[in-house]
Design a protein around this ligand. Structure first.
Ligand code: PMP
Length: 428
């Protein structure tokens, strides 16, 4: 395959956009080379500016769970656009999608729509801090909750030391209120509670992590966090930006039967348009402005095009009783196929999977947190990524990303992918 035009477009983009991209991971920094420029997409396929067809395993980093340009979503956007693209006033559709989301997800009474996953998580911790009248939060190493200041934090050496910013521009003042724990490390979380009695407003977690590859919670981990939160008057926030409306109709709360206090959404909920949301029971949501004292707002929040796309998407997922089972089966088929060819080619690997989220790590040991995720052989990953690209298979350009499986993928597409992985493995 040739990527000549994409390279030229990237060179032009670099002159006027920092790093040539509007979000860093698109820049191929982790794998080398220059990014592919998208021209169009339909179903399971992306078509780039050099007219290559790629089987897409990124799917806009999750939203395209039913495939690209899914007809009911496209039709809903077109019909809405003809009637105006933004009002900054309430619309009936906002209530309809809110009712639908509340009916699909356990333990939530009210939901507020925002414009991104970042906004959802940022607003959720402000709400938790306002509600509990406490300042500190616990987050887990390797979990990503968007780029707002409180989340761009690395811990010091001891578990109970204050965090230090890992991006210039995040102040020490902000960093000191974010405590960092190891994913799946309950003792670490307990130690943080002991050292910060009555100070922790919330634990925020990707309940199935997707930003260090796919890392499932170990047995009982989420339940133990729930218990610790109950004992300490702390809220449990599930960041379901990736997992919401993907792993089950009701997300991880349903899949693992654990109750969260606040749930954050993004990606699938917007049908590919810029939408995020956060939701909780009445007692907590009524703390938000204009009912309560915690301020949160947005000129374009609940935008009609975004709501139309999201509503069409959620309706389809809600009405298709087989969808999550079908996605899981397709992903399990891919999982088995990859396992078989990597083994046959003597490649050292670990595959993690929950439902339709899957990641391949080039390390023999179990991957259960950020440190074990970092053990993967990045040189092998780079070759794997570029090899697959040449075969027409597009996975995320980073070893720390999850592959997102779409319902538009056929078993022929999956076989094509497995054959491509077989071929590429021989040269790793
Ligand atoms: N939370 C999680 C779990 C995410 O994966 C992401 C984005 N990858 C975000 C929050 C931030 O969402 P956005 O990029 O829409 O701001």
């Amino acid at each position: 395959m040739i990527y000549q035009r994409s390279s030229q477009l990237f060179a032009e983009a670099e002159k006027v956009i920092p790093g040539g991209v509007n979000s860093p991971v698109r820049a191929f920094k982790g794998v080398g080379g220059t990014p592919i420029f998208a021209k169009s997409a339909k179903g399971a396929y992306l078509y780039d500016e050099d007219d290559n067809r790629l089987i897409d395993y990124i799917n806009s980093w999750g939203p395209m769970i039913l495939g690209h340009a899914f007809q009911p979503v496209v039709d809903a956007i077109i019909e809405k656009a003809k009637k105006g693209t933004s009002f900054g006033m309430p619309t009936e559709l906002e209530t309809k999608i809110a009712e639908l989301a509340v009916s699909m997800v356990p333990n939530i009474d009210k939901i507020r729509f925002v414009n991104s996953g970042t906004e959802a998580c940022m607003s959720a911790i402000r709400l938790a801090r306002g509600f509990t009248k406490r300042d500190k939060i616990i987050k887990f190493a390797g979990c990503y909750h968007g780029h707002s200041d409180s989340f761009l934090i690395q811990a010091g050496s001891g578990a109970s030391t204050f965090g230090t910013p890992n991006s210039p521009g995040v102040t020490q003042g902000t960093a000191k209120d974010t405590l960092l724990a190891g994913f799946n490390d309950l003792e670490n979380v307990k130690a943080l509670f002991s050292a910060n009695k009555n100070e922790i407003a919330a634990i925020i977690i990707e309940p199935v992590a997707g930003n260090m590859g796919c890392v499932p919670p170990s047995a009982g981990f989420l339940q133990s966090l729930r218990q610790l939160c109950d004992e300490n008057g702390t809220l449990l926030i599930f960041d379901e930006v990736m997992t919401g409306f993907r792993l089950a109709k009701g997300g991880v709360q349903e899949l693992y039967n654990v109750k969260a206090d606040i749930v954050c959404f993004g990606k699938v909920i917007g049908g590919g348009l810029p939408v995020g949301a956060f939701a909780a029971r009445n007692e907590i949501m009524n703390y938000l402005s204009p009912l309560g004292p915690v301020y949160q707002a947005g000129t374009l929040s609940g935008n009609p095009l975004a709501m139309a796309a999201g509503f069409a998407m959620l309706q389809t997922l809600n009405n298709d009783s087989d969808i999550f089972k079908r996605l899981e089966e397709k992903t399990a088929y891919l999982h088995k196929g990859i396992e078989k060819v990597l083994t046959a080619n003597n490649i050292v690997f670990t595959i993690n999977r929950v439902g339709s989220m899957i990641s391949v790590h080039f390390d023999a040991n179990p991957v259960y947190d950020f440190n074990t995720a970092k053990n993967g052989d990045n040189e092998t990953f780079k070759k794997f990524f570029h090899g697959l690209l040449l075969e027409g298979v597009y996975i995320a350009p980073s070893a720390y990303e999850t592959w997102f499986i779409t319902d538009a993928l056929t078993y022929e597409d999956l076989d094509f992918t497995i054959a491509a992985i077989d071929k590429v493995s021989k040269s790793l």
